[in-house]
Design a protein around this ligand. Structure first.
Ligand SMILES: CC(C)(COP(=O)(O)OP(=O)(O)OC[C@H]1O[C@@H](n2cnc3c(N)ncnc32)[C@H](O)[C@@H]1OP(=O)(O)O)[C@@H](O)C(=O)NCCC(=O)NCCS
Length: 139
């Protein structure tokens, strides 16, 4: 097994398809911001809008196994395909991202039910600094 490589979403033709597959794996434990699956068209428009400061696919052994981004507000978002989780890829990818894009501080917004992600970020030295509440019209 080789190390993890960060491949720019904007240089890989396959990126929109891989990112869509990752979205399909989300569930209520993982998901904070999007509730429903976007249409393919809406997804493409979102990718093309270059919403993040940096956005990469995670490549291992010539296979795309996940994605990671750094938002314009220094928030890290990471998704590893279920079949590849628990093998240390998440941690390696975050370290690589932070090395490539140094910041004074990094943030991670995590669903409180996402114990894997909380365990990973806390294990890397991230501290819990706030709880965010929301009220959605119609809830
Ligand atoms: C969260 C996620 C990115 C972690 O990636 P991963 O490659 O599976 O995690 P790793 O194998 O690198 O594990 C990282 C660390 O987290 C720890 N960890 C994993 N599951 C844990 C749990 N349930 N409780 C505590 N720690 C846990 C591991 O012990 C590991 O630490 P170690 O290397 O010191 O043993 C991955 O599970 C994922 O993509 N989940 C779905 C999407 C998601 O939740 N994204 C995060 C949104 S903020």
């Amino acid at each position: 097994m080789t190390g993890i490589k960060l491949r720019s979403v904007y240089r890989e033709d396959e990126a929109p398809r891989v990112l869509y597959r990752l979205l399909e794996e989300r569930n209520e434990e993982i998901n904070i911001s999007h509730r429903a699956m976007p249409t393919w068209r809406a997804h493409l428009a979102f990718v093309r809008s270059k919403p993040y400061a940096a956005w990469y696919l995670l490549e291992q052994d010539k296979e795309f196994v996940g994605a990671i981004y750094l938002s314009k507000m220094d928030e890290i978002g990471i998704f590893v395909l279920r079949a590849h989780q628990g093998k240390g890829l998440g941690k390696k990818a975050i370290k690589a991202l932070m090395k490539r894009h140094p910041r004074k501080r990094f943030l991670a917004n995590i669903n409180p039910r996402n114990t894997n992600s909380i365990g990973m970020f806390e294990g890397m030295g991230f501290c819990h600094i706030q709880n965010t509440y929301e009220l959605v019209d119609g809830d």
